[in-house]
Design a protein around this ligand. Structure first.
Ligand SMILES: [Zn+2]
Length: 306
């Protein structure tokens, strides 16, 4: 074969290779979205999950749902596909009805919208009264202190940690302590003979003897470890993706602010500090600053990405 022929064949081969690369490159392919909606019928206290994939990078995707805006989180890029996830908590105080969830997905030169509707049903939360021992009644009547602490807790639930654990959530949250469920999430509770207003329980109470070990429900970073008058010795962990867990009424704190913890790691001991009727753990879970049923995050495998 003469050199000229060799060169022309090589040129041809190079050109066809470039053509294949260009055709298969995502820049020239159609924009494709794929949506994975966990469930269209949900109850108050559960969580909406929408997985989004796109063959383009989505710049600051957001959702509008239940009267507010929600952050859609970037998860990872696999091959040419970008993966995102929206977790939106369904407040126990939300009006049960059909809600539209509008996703805004801006790309480099265009923007897309996609709407899903969700049928949100009542949580059918039980009713109950709490009879506090005399010594705890004065704490419950200190509404100023209570609202001060509630503000602090709300701001922590809404905060974004600089050291966010943006690790993919691949496995479920675990129960942080052994014991009986003494008050379930959403339970309407009246505090007998106190000024404390009746409310729907913001978490799950797990009762056991004082000193029972309390462990981190998932990997994360400790964003609060302090002694509060009404909520007792308290810890909050940021797990990334806008998800945080809180642990109240403990007798001992075993981790401090800024500590990185792994799922199952000892973080404290059970107690009855603050407004509490006996040794128990109040365990709460927040999704983008909305308190949801933590058991849903223990039992719903499909909330997680593989
Ligand atoms: Zn509680």
């Amino acid at each position: 074969m003469n050199k000229l022929l060799q060169f022309s064949m090589l040129k041809k081969l190079t050109i066809s290779l470039i053509t294949i690369l260009l055709v298969s490159s995502p820049i020239f392919s159609k924009i494709t979205f794929d949506f994975d909606v966990l469930d269209r019928t949900l109850k108050l206290g559960e969580t909406v999950k929408i997985g989004i994939t796109c063959n383009r990078k989505i710049l600051k995707p957001t959702a509008w749902f239940a009267g507010r805006s929600w952050k859609i989180n970037y998860v990872e890029k696999i091959g040419h596909t970008y993966h995102y996830v929206l977790y939106a908590g369904l407040s126990r105080y939300l009006e049960p009805k059909v809600y539209n969830c509008v996703l805004t997905l801006p790309l480099k030169n265009s923007s897309f919208k996609k709407t899903f509707s969700f049928d949100i049903r009542d949580g059918k939360f039980p009713y109950g009264t709490v009879a506090l021992p005399k010594v705890k009644k004065s704490l419950a009547n200190n509404t100023k202190q209570l609202s001060k602490e509630s503000q602090l807790i709300t701001s922590k639930f809404g905060s974004t940690s600089k050291h966010r654990q943006n690790k993919k959530l691949t496995s479920p949250f675990i129960l942080p302590a052994k014991g009986n469920f003494s008050s379930e999430f959403g339970k309407h509770r009246k505090y007998k003979g106190t000024k404390k207003s009746s409310s729907k329980h913001s978490g799950l109470d797990i009762a056991n003897v004082e000193g029972t070990e309390i462990v981190a429900s998932h990997d994360g970073i400790v964003i609060m470890s302090e002694s509060l008058k009404s909520h007792g010795l308290s810890i909050m962990i940021d797990h990334g993706f806008g998800i945080k867990t809180i642990y109240n009424h403990m007798s001992k704190l075993k981790v401090k602010h800024g500590d990185i913890v792994t799922q199952g790691q000892l973080i404290g001991k059970m107690g009855t500090t603050g407004i509490s009727t006996g040794s128990h753990l109040h365990w709460g879970l927040g999704v983008q600053n909305v308190r949801v049923n933590p058991l849903y995050w223990v039992n719903t495998r499909s909330l997680y990405t593989d």
